[in-house]
Design a protein around this ligand. Structure first.
Ligand SMILES: NC(=O)c1ccc[n+]([C@@H]2O[C@H](COP(=O)([O-])OP(=O)(O)OC[C@H]3O[C@@H](n4cnc5c(N)ncnc54)[C@H](O)[C@@H]3O)[C@@H](O)[C@H]2O)c1
Length: 342
């Protein structure tokens, strides 16, 4: 099995190099690491002695100014810039832990792909961070599969920053010759793209597992994109322009996730075996978490509340197949009466 590569360490590698080369930032980067024991040794100790995240980013040296810290409160002490890269199910609890240590003027950027559901409808992960920490939060989303970022293979990404000055800071912190950044103001659309494309990737994986060809997969990707646009227009509070979907966070991330990425891979195995998504996540992902199925569940709840399930057949079918026992072989049938074709 190939190792699962996490984005957090890949991004820490970029930030470590960039802050060393710039005089605008503090030269040390605290990287909070969820502590685990690896062959009897603490992962943070391994990272700080070998400068390698041997579990989640093996084979890549981290710059020495990146320091792994097991205590979250210790990691954020004195920080003016917070970069959030953890599975979305842990963010709320983490924010509660760090809130007492946040100082005025701190800004954040979230790379977390997922959504939540609140009493007023859609809740973005950046909304959770904003509400809990009372800081300004930008987002970064794009076609950025972590192992390729770590290998420094050329790619693009999108920063969504409502505050233009923060967008400039984050671009300086994160851009490299092989990690090219476009900054846009429509932060909520950028973030929603990052979350919703994981549902489409599950659909693409079903297609692969069921033995459909490239035409079918292209149709799934296009219908998925149309549902992403329609969903964003329905649920985003601010403006949603179609051009944002042409940025890396939109169409490019959608393509890469529907060909590579864990959601597609696990969904393909799901269609080929009788194992559950949870079993496959444990078997195939080496501690990584799947986001597509969970996001489909959040989306489905929001659609049900607005009586809109029928308008989003792809998102709804992914949810019903993952959680309600609908047969995976019915996936394509669900798309035959898509609103796009009526
Ligand atoms: N991996 C990628 O290619 C990629 C690319 C773009 C964006 N992202 C996004 O970045 C976010 C993080 O993804 P990832 O791939 O770095 O990690 P992941 O989702 O694969 O999860 C693994 C990480 O979760 C941590 N973890 C495990 N249990 C935890 C707990 N109880 N509390 C807190 N952390 C815990 C582990 O230490 C490890 O660092 C996700 O929202 C993902 O969508 C990932």
């Amino acid at each position: 099995m190939s190792p699962s590569i996490v984005l957090g360490s890949s991004i820490a590698k970029i930030i470590g190099h960039n802050v060393k080369a710039s005089n605008r930032f503090d030269p040390y980067v605290n990287m909070w690491v969820y502590e685990e024991m690896i062959d009897g040794k603490k992962l943070t100790e391994i990272i700080n002695t070998e400068h390698e995240n041997v579990k989640y980013l093996p084979g890549h040296k981290l710059p020495r100014n990146v320091v792994a810290v097991p205590e979250i409160t210790e990691a954020v002490k004195g920080a003016k810039i917070l970069v959030f890269v953890i599975p979305h199910q842990f963010i709320a609890k983490l924010c509660d832990q760090i809130k007492p240590h946040i100082t005025e003027g701190t800004i954040g950027i979230s790379l977390i792909k997922g959504i939540d559901e609140g009493p007023e409808g859609l809740k973005l992960i950046s909304d959770i961070i904003r509400e809990k920490l009372e800081i300004e939060v930008s987002v970064l989303m794009g076609a950025n599969i972590a192992n390729e970022v770590a290998d420094e293979k050329f790619c693009e990404t999108t920063i969504g920053a409502k505050n233009e000055a923060n967008g400039v800071i984050f671009k300086e912190l994160l851009q490299t010759p092989n990690f090219r950044i476009t900054v846009v103001q429509e932060s909520d659309t950028v973030e929603l793209c990052g979350a919703l494309k994981n549902i489409v990737a599950v659909g693409a994986g079903f297609c692969d597992g069921l033995g459909f060809g490239d035409n079918t997969k292209a149709a799934v990707i296009r219908l998925g994109l149309m549902e992403m646009v329609a969903f964003a227009k329905l649920f985003c509070k601010g403006e949603v322009s179609s051009t944002t979907f042409l940025e890396s966070c939109g169409v490019a991330d959608l393509i890469t996730t529907c060909y590579g990425g864990r959601n597609r891979k696990v969904a393909e195995a799901f269609a080929k075996t009788s194992k559950s998504i949870t079993e496959l996540e444990e078997e195939m992902l080496n501690g990584q978490k799947l986001q597509g199925p969970q996001t489909s569940a959040e989306v489905y709840k929001l659609l049900q509340k607005r009586d809109m399930v029928n308008k989003f057949p792809l998102f709804s079918a992914v949810y019903q197949i993952c959680f309600e026992g609908k047969e995976v072989k019915e996936f394509i049938t669900c798309l035959q009466n898509h609103p796009e074709h009526m």
